[in-house]
Design a protein around this ligand. Structure first.
Ligand code: AVI
Length: 357
């Protein structure tokens, strides 16, 4: 059953899709939310310091490649976070007095969520789960979860995080456990992550908790290996941005005289993946390097892009954290660290926050 909802108190328009009595989604229909790939690329790629926003990694191919990255030996983040989650179940349960609703930002395939759902579904008569994700992958994972836990009710929100959080705030849920895993906060610039943490703080009440997964600063070699894997999956993930520009921007521009629509010369071999740890800024920096001086025709946006040999297109930052940095960040955002868990190698941390009074 599908119905368009634009309640007067919700500025955003949502389509409600009911799948079963225990599973429904709200999909944001606000066109302002749908970022326009062509417009953003024409701006970002013509700056002096060229860049492509990392949100564009996650088309269908990119999302599959990211799932592959998560299973790589060198990419310790996913495996380590899952290990910590599994080992803290009991301890985590002790921090939850009373019934909690689970709100997850960027749930993706929800593998890690299961560890938390196991705690909640065993303790509580019923559990409300609100995954927020821009990707429709949320649907598939929610259907599987609903099948596996009979006392679980799922309300998925297919939207960007910020508007998704506003939606949650309106619901005025008592006892929220908000989770943001995978060190996804690290892909925001520090000023953006502070704003985002403050938004999360803004929807938290007295007994609410916030669980945040963060990758920790460690040996440069280990960090750089995680972003330069031996199978070349991360390289493909990065180059897929150019593939997207090839496919999506050319497809929109119908010019018969361009028999050969030479976006990025249709030759991704002229670009290479670069990932380096910047020790001063405590972040992995990802770029696409132009291997030669070249001109690229991006017909979909009517642009001839000139690139020098070795010129870099910036594609991602992935910040790494220290415990003192996490404490400072929490203080500024109005959050109080209740508990910090990490693995035996100190590679990754899960931090539980409450609000600071
Ligand atoms: C999603 N995010 C936390 C990943 C990271 O590690 O920064 C994205 C990624 N980029 C390259 N590999 C993985």
């Amino acid at each position: 059953m599908t119905q368009i909802l634009s309640k007067p108190h919700l500025k955003q328009k949502y389509t409600k899709i009911t799948i079963t009595p225990r599973l429904c989604y709200f999909r944001s229909e606000n066109p302002e939310n749908q970022s326009d790939f062509a417009t953003e690329i024409s701006y970002s790629i013509t700056r002096k310091n060229k860049f492509i926003h990392p949100k564009f990694f996650y088309d269908e191919t990119g999302s599959k490649l990211f799932e592959e990255i998560c299973m790589l030996q060198e990419y310790y983040l996913t495996r380590t976070e899952l290990e910590i989650l599994q080992s803290i179940k009991l301890d985590m349960a002790n921090h939850l007095s009373g019934d909690y609703a689970l709100i997850e930002l960027g749930s993706g395939s929800a593998t890690k969520t299961r560890t938390l759902l196991e705690i909640l579904t065993q303790k509580q008569e019923s559990v409300e789960y609100y995954p927020i994700d821009i990707s429709e992958i949320l649907k598939e994972s929610s259907e599987n979860l609903q099948r596996d836990y009979d006392n679980l009710n799922i309300t998925g929100i297919i939207d960007q995080y910020e508007t998704g959080l506003k939606f949650i705030k309106k619901l005025n849920i008592q006892n929220q456990l908000i989770v943001f895993l995978g060190s996804s906060l690290g892909n925001f610039k520090p000023e953006e992550s502070m704003k985002f943490l403050k938004k999360i703080r803004g929807i938290m009440k007295e007994n609410d908790l916030f669980l945040l997964g963060l990758d920790l600063v460690k040996d440069t070699k280990i960090l750089e290996k995680a972003y330069n894997d031996s199978k070349g999956v991360t390289s493909k993930f990065n180059l897929n941005l150019l593939k997207r520009i090839n496919d999506e921007l050319a497809a929109n521009f119908y010019l018969d005289k361009f028999e050969h629509v030479a976006l990025f010369n249709n030759d991704l071999d002229k670009f290479e993946h670069v990932a380096l740890f910047n020790n001063e800024e405590k972040r992995i920096e990802m770029y696409l390097r132009s291997k030669e001086k070249q001109e690229v025709l991006i017909s979909g946006i009517n642009l001839v892009l000139k690139l020098e040999k070795d010129e870099l297109i910036h594609t991602e930052y992935s910040y790494k954290y220290t415990v003192s940095g996490i404490n400072d960040m929490a203080e500024k955002a109005g959050l109080k660290p209740v508990k910090i868990w990490h693995d035996k190698n100190n590679y990754f941390a899960l931090v539980l926050f409450s609000i600071k009074n």
